[in-house]
Design a protein. Sequence first.
Length: 281
Amino acid sequence: MNPERRLIEDFIPIREISAESAREKSIRKGHISTLHLWWARRPLVAARAAVFASLVAAPETHQKRTALKQFMIDLCKWETGTPTLEKARKQILEAQKIRLNLPENTPLDEVPPPKVLDMFAGGGAIPLEALRLGCETYAVDLNPVAHIIELCTLVYPQKYGNKLADEVEKWGNWVIEKVRDEIGDLYPEIRVGEVLVPEGEQLNLFTQSQPQQCRDAPWHVSTPVAYLWTRTVKCPNPSCGATVPLVRQTWLCKKSKKYVALQVIPNYETKTVEFKVVEST
Ligand SMILES: C[S@@+](CC[C@H](N)C(=O)[O-])C[C@H]1O[C@@H](n2cnc3c(N)ncnc32)[C@H](O)[C@@H]1O
């Protein structure tokens, strides 16, 4: 058997890793994707699988393959725990010891960790997982946005530790307050409910701030996070003259089991168009 042959050249449990990668897409809390949008970012569990399987040797027997398969399924889970990661690091160092022809009795903490270089690191999924697996990791990208994302994902957490989270929160809130002072009036809180915002009047904005939530109140407070805008034209028919929005499509969300759209309702009196949010499953 060729000792240089890696696990990734033999097999990896693609079906399970694909399923976990798809599940990871909907995880928001604690995921690096919430740090900054990066369109090409790969799922972390897939990156972990690729790094691990590139650094450990291909199994020599069917039994070893079965055991490695199960190990990889455990390792490539979003919620994988420290003990599993520790085992993976150990296996990587064992493989590295053999690859470097080090004496068998060399303690693992004296084995130099493998060097991993991602020359097109983008959102940093591969180097992050290489770091987690204990490798000496390098990341490069020519795009300055990717470079900053990589600094924030890979370098600063190691450099500043836990206090970085407090600093990010502190300065994040500082930015929010500054922005609120400047443009907060454009994002007034809206009280949405059966009484205050009846059907067909959902776009009535309340200019005064309201308390966040009242347990007994039939309404709740929402804060707009974005506006949809459209160009309008005046109907050329002299007897009409209505203002018509040039809306190309009215879908707000089109996912399986969640369909949300704008219903366009003409108001013949005011010769304008109103919008109502309608939902279906
Ligand atoms: C497909 S993305 C990488 C995605 C990454 N694996 C992740 O999970 O986010 C490819 C990256 O290569 C970068 N790139 C393209 N040409 C490059 C070059 N000549 N040198 C360095 N980076 C380059 C792009 O800016 C882009 O971020």
